[in-house]
Design a protein around this ligand. Structure first.
Ligand SMILES: [Zn+2]
Length: 150
């Protein structure tokens, strides 16, 4: 860290102490250039990703809920556990990137992201998820969606 006295970036930690049951660490540092001693604190950055639902309510992002929806859509389809796991990891990463500035993502965006993944993975799973998620208003809409696949 930059020495507040001479602005050198070289220092050594001379003491580390855990605070608040490990939620924070206090470090005593000594500048290697001028010997000035200063203190730094380390905290975990708590940034919860929130999902904004269609009715405007907010919920904590929970990958388990997405997994649940995906598992229902791929029931009895030839899709391996590792394929599901990698999709979930990709989805969580993409959601966090999309929510980088606000820590918020809409459930609509999230649903579309899942659809995109399923689209490349399995047509049947895609249609199943889409029919629940998009709540097709009529048979024509449903058929249109299936026709897009072929
Ligand atoms: Zn210094």
């Amino acid at each position: 860290m930059r020495c507040p006295h001479c602005e050198t970036l070289e220092d050594k930690v001379i003491e580390s102490r855990m605070l608040a049951h490990g939620e924070s660490i206090r470090r005593r540092r000594e500048c290697l250039q001028c010997g000035y001693r200063f203190t730094s604190y380390e905290h975990i950055e708590e940034k919860q990703l929130m999902v904004i639902k269609r009715d405007g309510s907010r919920q904590l992002f929970d990958i388990k809920k997405i997994k649940h929806g995906i598992l229902r859509a791929i029931e009895k389809r030839p899709i391996s556990q590792s394929q599901i796991e990698s999709i979930l990891i990709e989805l969580e990463n993409e959601a966090r990137i999309k929510a980088l500035n606000t820590n918020e993502i809409s459930s609509t965006d999230l649903g579309e992201m899942v659809l995109k993944k399923l689209y490349t993975l399995d047509n049947v799973a895609y249609i199943r998820f889409a029919s629940v998620y998009r709540q097709f208003e009529n048979v024509e809409e449903f058929i249109k969606e299936i026709e897009k696949l072929t």
